[in-house]
Design a protein around this ligand. Sequence first.
Ligand code: SF4
Ligand code: SF4
Length: 126
Amino acid sequence: MRCTHCQKCCRDTMMELSETDMVRLERRGYKRQDFSYIGVDNIPRLRNEGTWCFFYDPERKRCREYASRPLGCALYPVNVDQDGDVFVDGLCPQAGSVTDQEMRLKGKRLVMLLATIDAEAERRKR
Ligand code: SF4
Ligand code: SF4
């Protein structure tokens, strides 16, 4: 797909984060308590500042950490529903440009990512 940087997915984000995502962003000089929060489900998610994701620069209209962005952001608009079925989120204006092969490959990576995030959430409970 060709992301047009339309900004939609950087607004009111609830993107889940893995430990790997958070460590990568910490290495870029950010503190995890600034860019994320842990919900009642023990899953870390990107924090918003106002309506925008912490990492979004409204003036330049782009992600400040695009190269280091969370894996979930890189895989979007491919998503997984509650039954574990992979789908393309129609909220993305470029959803129609996602090829079947891209959906399969990104879907596999996303299923693995969500399993990792869930396992990390379980460990946080202990
Ligand atoms: S909604 Fe789609 S086109 Fe817009 S920034 Fe996100 S991935 Fe790119
Ligand atoms: S990390 Fe970057 S790509 Fe992901 S939601 Fe935030 S601003 Fe958008």
